[in-house]
Ligand binder design. Structure first.
Ligand code: ADP
Ligand code: MG
Ligand code: ZN
Length: 259
């Protein structure tokens, strides 16, 4: 049996103990919350918003963002190219620049339908400095934000690299596979410095043609000369870009001279 005072004493001890334990717990939780700072407050970095009541979960906004960053990293598009947006592309509301921009924006907007068609691609050719690469990058960036796997291919660099790897089957396959299978391939400066290239470009274009995979192309050469460079590659590309080939002609379009 315990006396009242004994119990009171005991209670006192207990209270002290409880206080200590509480303080300890506080300390631990404070430590936890200061050590573990979640990057996303909405999902605590799980990537999902869970609704236990409804027994359901939806992807958190941050997981889209992380996925976008990953796609952007894999695309080969430099982060400085992010500045080449549609907004930054100036036109005076008429003429070829306006037409090109309108077509590019429509391409992005209708991409989900266009990609299923035979003519699923878009090309900007002609005058140096007229904004061909800028518009193509704007398309790529917008589609990356829609989680489309875009791959950038600098024609001349990529061919040089592929040719160097030609004898090493594994790295060659790895590199060319990237261009063959990307959801959208951006070939910048097609046929630039074209010499006697082997069938590398043809291998990429032919594969994409038969797989129904779209390309965005820029080229200083007008598309009738694509046929002269390489009829197989040129004719497939012209077919894929049919109805969406923008031709920039005239030195006055050279933005580098007009700044
Ligand atoms: N209409 C435009 N509005 C704003 N900047 C432009 C425009 N056209 C071209 N530029 C800029 O001029 C430079 C050259 O354009 P670029 O797209 O590289 O030309 P191209 O690929 O046709 O040679 C880039 O810095 C680009 O952002
Ligand atoms: Mg260019
Ligand atoms: Zn989140």
């Amino acid at each position: 049996m315990w006396t009242i005072s004994e119990v009171k004493n005991l209670k006192g001890v207990e209270d002290q103990l409880t206080q200590k334990v509480d303080a300890l717990l506080d300390k631990i939780t404070t430590n936890i919350s200061t050590v573990k700072v979640f990057r996303c407050q909405e999902c605590n970095d799980i990537g999902w918003i869970v609704d236990q009541g409804a027994n359901s979960a939806r992807p958190c906004k941050c997981s889209y963002k992380a996925y976008f960053e990953k796609l952007m990293g894999c695309s080969g598009i430099s982060s400085t190219a992010k500045a080449k947006t549609f907004d930054a592309f100036k036109t005076n509301g008429t003429g070829i620049l306006f037409k090109a921009k309108t077509l590019a924006i429509a391409y992005v907007r209708e991409f989900e339908q266009i990609r299923k068609q035979e003519s699923n691609s878009i090309a900007f050719c002609g005058q140096v400095g007229s904004g061909k690469t800028h518009l193509a990058l704007a398309i790529c960036y917008e589609l990356l934000t829609r989680n489309i796997k875009v791959v950038y291919m600098d024609y001349r660099d990529a061919l040089t690299r592929l040719k160097q790897n030609l004898m090493e089957a594994e790295s060659y396959q790895l590199e060319i596979q990237k261009y063959k299978t990307a959801e959208l391939l951006f070939i910048d400066d097609l046929f630039k410095g074209k010499g006697k290239d082997e069938n590398i470009v043809y291998e990429i274009i032919n594969f994409r043609y038969f797989s129904g995979l779209p390309v965005v192309i820029t080229s200083e050469h007008l598309c009738n000369s694509w046929l002269e460079f390489d009829e197989g590659t040129g004719s497939r590309l012209i077919e894929q870009c049919s109805g969406r080939i923008v031709v920039f002609q005239g030195h006055e379009l050279n933005h580098r001279l007009n700044r």
